[in-house]
Design a protein around this ligand. Structure first.
Ligand code: NDP
Length: 328
């Protein structure tokens, strides 16, 4: 039988953690034949709550779950980690500037990058969920010089999934009819969900919509502001859908994406599509043999170019801020 895979989850006692851990333990992250060992990282005040979640995990008697360890020390939590899900982050407080937020998160993601560098397994794969996810991933990656940069990614899969459903509803089609949708740029309000390269039932998606006003004034803002709409409706932020997207991202990274389609993930840029090299930006990607590859050769029209540039410029500004702070 297969050796267990060590999965480290930070912010394990949080909302997303609660929605994520049971799915990992049930086999949905890596596949139904892969045993897992969970390594939960929390801040000291939240360790007790993480212990409570671990008790519930025990009570599920998941056949694939071979152990749960809880830590308040990043170095220990990432020892031997094969997969790192970096969920815990510093939320934006009232009156907090973007620079303050980046600095506070630097205090979390720099030591976590160092811990990954020091002790993670050779095949470590990292997904950053905690916001601002792209730049948090850049901080962790920059502080793990011995780990290939491509192993550090940030999540735009939830944006991708949100866009799929909005488009399917607009056209009255099934999710399965939609292919090749892309989220470009930053996981923030500037993100650009691209329908011009997407397909519906084999035809062009933007043409099928045939309504530029809907695309600009409805679709793009609905996808970008969905998180706020959920807080408004539910009285709490999206957690199950964020956890679901994290599962999708890692599952596809490990197991590959289907032929004839692609997905969206924020990965270190190789300079493709004019995105400065090294920025962790969302692209159309396929996963082959355990590696993300950027889909090449797509046509980017003027409208898309301006939207992508705006989001990428925001990533450049975030990178420059964390550079000044000495975090990367
Ligand atoms: P959540 O579990 O709801 O969210 C965790 C992070 O995910 C936040 O940064 C949040 O960003 C981000 N996120 C990304 N996408 C989404 C999405 N679609 N919907 C909602 N959130 C999204 O937060 P909780 O406060 O419930 O839990 C956080 C936990 O992390 C706490 O238990 C805390 O103790 C822990 N923590 C652990 C650290 C560590 O392990 N070293 C460090 C810091 C915190 P946003 O804020 O923008 O919503």
């Amino acid at each position: 039988s297969k050796a267990p895979v060590n999965v480290t989850v930070t912010g394990a006692a949080g909302q997303i953690g609660y929605a994520l851990l049971f799915r990992i333990a049930s086999g949905q992250l890596l596949g139904a034949d892969t045993p897992v060992k969970l390594r939960l990282l929390e801040i000291p005040q939240a360790v007790k709550a993480a212990e409570g979640t671990a008790m519930e995990l025990d009570d599920c008697a998941f056949p694939l779950l071979q152990g749960i360890d809880i830590f308040d020390d990043a170095t220990k939590a990432f020892e031997g980690a094969n997969v790192g899900l970096l969920v815990g982050a510093r939320p934006r407080g009232k009156g907090m500037e973007r620079g303050d937020l980046l600095q506070a998160n630097g205090g979390i993601f720099k030591p976590q990058g160092e811990a990954i560098n020091a002790g993670a397994a050779d095949d470590i794969r990292v997904l950053v969920v905690g916001n601002p996810a792209n730049t948090n991933a850049l901080i962790a990656q920059s502080n793990a010089p011995d780990v290939p940069a491509e192993r550090f990614t940030a999540m735009t899969r939830l944006d991708h999934n949100r866009a799929l459903t909005q488009l399917a509803k607009k056209l009255g089609v099934s999710i399965n009819d939609i292919k090749k949708l892309t989220i470009w740029g930053n996981h923030s309000a500037t993100q650009y969900p691209d329908l011009f390269n997407a397909e519906v039932g084999g035809g062009n998606a933007a043409k099928a919509v045939g309504d530029q006003a809907w695309l600009e004034n409805d679709f793009i803002p609905t996808v970008a502001k969905r998180g706020a709409a959920i807080i408004e409706a539910r009285g709490a932020s999206s957690a199950a859908s964020a956890a679901n997207a994290a599962i999708d991202h890692v599952f596809d990274w490990v197991n590959g994406t289907p032929e004839g389609d692609w997905t969206s993930a924020a990965i270190p840029s190789d300079g493709s599509y004019g995105v400065p090299e090294g920025l962790i930006s969302s692209f159309p990607v396929v996963s082959r043999e355990g590696k993300w590859e950027i889909v090449q050769g797509l046509e980017i029209d003027e409208f898309s170019r301006a939207r992508i540039d705006a989001s990428v410029n925001e990533l450049v500004e975030e990178r420059d801020t964390v550079r000044k702070l000495g975090l990367v």
